[in-house]
Design a protein around this ligand. Structure first.
Ligand code: FES
Length: 146
């Protein structure tokens, strides 16, 4: 089944699929994290800073940030980056403050769990939480919202 054949069954399902565009050339990457000493936030973007030592230590961590008025939760987990909507689709809980284990984050408010890579809610298996492509280019971690 291709993306064009997809028929949304749930409210956020359509959003999740538009974000999985195969048109890589059209993708717009935004800097979310700079690895180094100083971030460079602007009015619409609060670029966070993470030290290279923290990355190299291999420890897991999460950062909440804002890009184009979207709250994002960015996770470093098991040596990989993940980006999902930072506000839980249940009642808006802060997912960057959740516990991460085995590729899933548990919302600190009521315990809903989401797969970090897909945003799928682990109990009902629906794509309730929007996830975003993320990449690291040298000392920049970039997220694509579109
Ligand atoms: S707000 Fe996240 S589980 Fe309720």
């Amino acid at each position: 089944m291709s993306d064009t054949d997809h028929v949304p069954r749930y409210p956020n399902d359509a959003v999740a699929h538009t974000n999985k565009s195969s048109d890589e050339a059209a993708r717009r990457w935004r800097v979310a994290i700079e690895i180094g000493d100083q971030g460079s936030g602007t009015e619409k973007t609060s670029v966070k800073t993470v030290s290279a030592e923290k990355i190299e230590s291999g420890e897991d961590f999460a950062i909440e940030t804002l890009i184009d008025d979207r709250v994002l939760a960015i996770f470093r987990h098991a040596g990989k980056w993940y980006a999902i909507d930072g506000m839980c689709s249940h009642q808006g809980g802060p997912l960057a403050e959740g516990v991460v284990r085995d590729g899933c984050v548990t919302c600190p408010w009521h315990g809903w769990q989401y797969d970090l890579a897909t945003g799928i809610q682990m109990i009902n298996r629906q794509p309730l939480q929007e996830s975003f492509p993320i990449r690291q280019i040298e000392n920049r971690v970039e997220v694509s919202l579109h």
